[in-house]
Design a protein around this ligand. Structure first.
Ligand SMILES: *[C@@H]1O[C@H](CO)[C@@H](O)[C@H](O)[C@H]1NC(C)=O
Length: 360
């Protein structure tokens, strides 16, 4: 390699980001196409233009030159210096300046959390290193603080938010290397997922507790509850393909969906319990808590009605309760109200927690 005296050779890097190919959450890899323009001075490559017909620059096959070996250290493909498998011509200027622009599909490892899917932002760093040459022989410097986007093609799934470049050092066992870092931040376009997954989940969750409003006499309650559970399970099977799977941490949306399924199962059980009370004749079997609750409900309803029509005279404060006759239908009706409010509350808390989690 071209060295003059004891000073290290300085290679200036300018990074061009051409496109963001894909982001694979499961493999935790990101693929980009990038081109690096490397520039350095090779003292052996100077000439006097007067002796060569005023030629001030030449474009040559890099096979004949020394080239800095730049490796992607967090790559997931084979380990080779960037551009080594493609013929990319170099330009040499009469004062020994060499310009070389190797480009490649770069696949880097990028551990990223999908907890906030589909409202997530990913941050990935590509680390480049002149492998095998320590920083007392070769120094890197970054021409700009950002990657250039002159050839950039936007990705419709991801919006590029940040694309900074900088150089740093890394010391391993007293060997120091200069590193070149490219940091990109991308934000997912979430409209598709909001419309295709979150909205149906939300509508389904709001629809499900309505089975408690359906009259028991229709005899359709249990079949409706089971049909809803089934249809949501099918929906989950279809959309689960587009939800990234990872356990650490788990996707928040998936937790919401599982919660909805559990709520739906509980609704089926509560419908069964409610219909059992509705058809009960023998009243000794009804537990006292349920009975008392029902009495309280009936009393409240009666109070509300009587206040509207005409105020009832109070009989010794509240002894009015004891002479209410509670039937199985009354118990079932009050249970319906209780279940309806409990399930709506659970669903609201679940969605509220999710949105809070996603926003913050
Ligand atoms: C090489 O890196 C080390 C560690 O960061 C630094 O102390 C040293 O000055 C660098 N050497 C040169 C020649 O830049």
């Amino acid at each position: 390699m071209p060295l003059s005296g004891s000073a290290p050779l300085t290679v200036t890097i300018q990074f061009n980001l051409n496109s963001l190919i894909s982001f694979k959450e499961v493999d935790e890899t990101v693929s980009i196409i990038g081109v690096m323009t490397l520039n350095w001075i090779d003292p052996a490559l100077t000439w006097n233009p007067l002796s060569y017909n005023n030629v001030s620059k030449i474009i040559i096959d890099p096979f004949d030159l020394w080239l800095p070996p730049i490796f992607l250290m967090n790559g997931v493909e084979k380990m080779e210096s960037i551009g080594s498998d493609t013929l990319i011509y170099t330009t040499v200027i009469l004062n020994g300046q060499v310009y070389y622009s190797p480009g490649a599909v770069l696949q880097g490892k990028c551990p990223a959390s999908i907890a906030r899917f589909p409202f997530d932002t990913k941050e990935c760093t590509f680390s480049f290193l002149p492998w095998g040459i320590t920083n007392d022989s070769l120094e890197l410097s970054s021409l700009y603080e950002h990657a250039r986007l002159d050839w950039y093609t936007p990705n419709s799934d991801w919006i590029l938010q940040e694309y900074s470049t900088n150089v740093g050092h890394k010391t391993v066992d007293s060997y120091s290397y200069d590193m070149f870092y490219l940091k990109i931040t991308v934000k997912r376009q979430s409209l598709y997922y909001a419309v295709m997954i979150i909205l149906p989940t939300f509508v389904f969750a709001l629809l499900n507790p309505l089975v408690f409003i359906l009259p028991v006499e229709s005899g359709e309650r249990i079949s409706l509850a089971v049909t809803m559970l089934l249809s949501y399970t099918i929906f989950l099977t279809i959309v689960s393909e587009s939800i990234p799977v990872s356990s650490n941490p788990m996707c928040g949306l998936l937790i919401v969906m599982i919660t909805i399924i559990v709520v739906s199962c509980l609704i089926v059980s509560c419908v069964i319990i409610g219909s059992r009370y509705a058809n009960m004749d023998n009243f000794g079997e009804v537990s006292t808590i349920v009975k008392r609750l029902t009495k309280w409900f009936i009393q409240k309803r009666n109070n509300a009605i009587s206040k509207k029509i005409m105020p009832l005279p109070e009989v010794n404060g509240k002894s009015y309760t004891s002479d209410i006759n509670v039937t199985g239908k009354d118990v079932a009706a009050s249970l319906d109200i209780i279940f309806l409010s409990i399930f709506y509350m659970t669903i609201c808390i679940c969605f509220f927690t999710y949105f809070l989690y996603v926003v913050i």
